[in-house]
Design a protein around this ligand. Structure first.
Ligand code: SF4
Length: 351
């Protein structure tokens, strides 16, 4: 494969060790196969979660810097052609980007794609669910940190719990949209009282509740380890009333899955702080402005927008992707001395 030297291929990060693979399934320097691409379609959001961004919001990306749906589609096809099987659309809040079903319609028929999902705060879900499903959306994760209206308004700075619950109920009308997951960020001295209420929601409704440990990805860098309520602690609260048993799952997943022993519902625990799962990481991320991140906590990025807009061929873009993935970080360093936060906050990466 010849590389056109005129195309500026900006490779961020550490020097390449060894020969970058030029074919075969996408894999990193540790031999991990990369099958999951998370695509942020916007850095904007209509909520202001206190553990994510300040009330006034952030300096939003300029419109001209944001990838078009055609550019996202082209990149997604290149990734799927070299082994990615799962695409997840994220934000900021993806449903604030206009005409999102148009993008889903482009992506859903990609040959080799096994899963197309969306992570949303659910605020506009009731209105948009039918179009998202008609466009080909298969799975959905709704972020909801508490089922208590006042607490919801406090942590999101939006009195919007009723809309989110309506959005979830709307999803129930579409059996092809499955599973329906509810992601709750666990924060000490905030979440404990909601644990059993969420367990009862998982037993009452077709929602899988997943608790996610609070990670140091907040824009104001106020995260403190003492705010982390671990998955093990939450599980103990649930099991004080509802015994759980593990759900075996041979797929690579971030969540430890459990079902209630009496068989009514499922909960999951994503414990990146207390029980990191980097060893089996198969995920990479694309930011809304076309920067490629090989780890949630990356401190470097590789520009994919520039080659796209400078006339690079698919093969040349593939080369850049392979070179960046080859240098994918082994793990996060949250628990290591001298941990340095990611070069972007969660709302600018998309989770
Ligand atoms: S922290 Fe990075 S390496 Fe670890 S699981 Fe997350 S994305 Fe993968």
């Amino acid at each position: 494969m010849t590389i056109d030297e005129t195309i500026p291929l900006v490779l961020g990060g550490p020097p390449i060790q060894g020969e970058v693979p030029t074919d075969g399934p996408l894999r990193d320097g540790f031999g991990r196969l990369i099958k999951n691409l998370r695509i942020s379609v916007t850095d904007r959001c209509n909520f202001r979660c206190t553990y994510c961004m300040p009330e006034e919001g952030l300096d939003w990306l300029k419109r001209e810097d944001i990838l078009s749906y055609e550019e996202i589609d082209r990149l997604a096809r290149i990734f799927v052609s070299i082994g990615v099987e799962e695409l997840r659309l994220t934000g900021g809040e993806p449903l604030v980007r206009r005409d999102l079903p148009v993008l889903i319609e482009k992506l859903s028929p990609i040959k080799g794609l096994k899963s197309l999902s969306l992570t949303t705060n659910g605020f506009s879900l009731k209105q948009m669910c039918a179009d998202l499903v008609a466009a080909g959306l298969q799975r959905i994760n709704v972020s909801m940190d508490t089922p208590v209206r006042e607490k919801f308004a406090h942590i999101t700075r939006r009195d919007a719990l009723p809309q989110v619950l309506e959005g979830l109920e709307e999803c129930e009308k579409y059996p092809e949209l499955s599973p329906i997951k509810v992601n709750a960020v666990a924060i000490r001295d905030f979440s404990e009282d909601d644990v059993l209420a969420f367990a009862e929601l998982a037993r009452r409704k077709p929602y899988i509740i997943r608790w996610i440990e609070f990670m140091p990805l907040d824009a104001e860098e106020k995260w403190d380890r003492t705010d982390v309520l671990t998955g093990a602690e939450i599980r103990a609260i649930i099991e004080s009333k509802y015994p759980l048993e593990p759900v075996s799952d041979d797929r690579i997943a971030t969540a430890q899955r459990f079902r209630f022993v009496d068989g009514t519902g499922e909960v999951g625990f994503i414990n990146p702080v207390s029980e990191p799962f980097c060893e089996t990481c198969d995920r990479v991320r694309l930011t809304a402005d076309g920067q490629f991140r090989t780890c949630l906590f990356s401190r470097w990025e590789t520009d994919l927008r520039e080659p796209l807009r400078s006339g690079a061929s698919d093969a040349e873009v593939e080369h850049v992707i392979r070179a960046a993935v080859w240098r994918k970080e082994m793990k996060h360093h949250i628990n290591d001395p001298g941990f340095q936060p990611a070069s972007r906050s969660m709302s600018q990466i998309g989770g």
